[in-house]
Design a protein around this ligand. Sequence first.
Ligand code: PMP
Length: 300
Amino acid sequence: MTLVPFDDRDGWIWWDGALVPWRDAKLHVLTHGLHYASAVFEGERAYAGNIFRLRDHTNRLINSARIMGFELPFTAEQIDAACNEVLTANGLVDAYVRPIAWRGSEMLAVAGQHTKIHVAIAAWQWPSYFGDARMAGIRMGLAEWKRPSPETAPTAAKATGLYMIGTLAKHKAEQDGFADALMLDWRGKVAEATGANVFFVMNGELHTPKPEGFLDGITRRSVMSLARAHQMKVVERVIEPAEIPLASEVFLAGTAAEVTPVAEIAGHRVTPGRVCETLLKDFDALVHKSPEEVARVVAG
Ligand code: PMP
């Protein structure tokens, strides 16, 4: 596999209000965000030029920063405009968009109150997160690392520090030949994948864990609206790992993963079927609608 390093590409990155050449978007090594994980980010996808649920992502970025104790120096309108500006500047219509906000280098100790807050936004092409295997269903192992309790970490924020656990779990899964890992929470209940939420089809209903210690994904909420539009009952509840064999279908939902059917999870085989196929197609249709139509569907 030929990797094109992320710091050596053509294009433009938005940084604190202006576009800078991609290769010049560099940080000083003594940056608070790097040493102490005082950073929050978003992952968005643009389809045919429209960023799916952009304002929801921007609001989550602003809220994640507040949970981490800082205010972004830009309004939601400015951040939305900047995300679109990055797409245009890079000539992208179908792309992944990555805003990030972090504490700067004015202080470098655990305390960082007087650091300047920075925001940058990049975008690049990122076809399917799970590649060609996606439609057939991915194989997921079971992570040894658990999602921390909301009393231990700011689990409602999309904060970089939380991804330390995800990277460890994902590396182990890939070493073992899996595409991803199912993570349990601090109580040992089913939580999510390393970068996406998980759904189970049980008795014709859609069951998914309550977002009590992990991100309440924007894709997750979109998929729940789509399922309800098919008169499918959606149940958010505590799910025990022992219940996994009762699921007739399993899939992941996330911005990068989109709707990804699962063929194996924590040692159990499942066959992607009609529900996976329907919701995958519906989600694909939804993301290609205008922002106004999307708002109508997800409000329903
Ligand atoms: N959980 C984790 C850990 C994630 O990184 C993501 C992707 N942001 C999700 C869930 C799904 O969230 P969304 O649908 O908003 O992308």
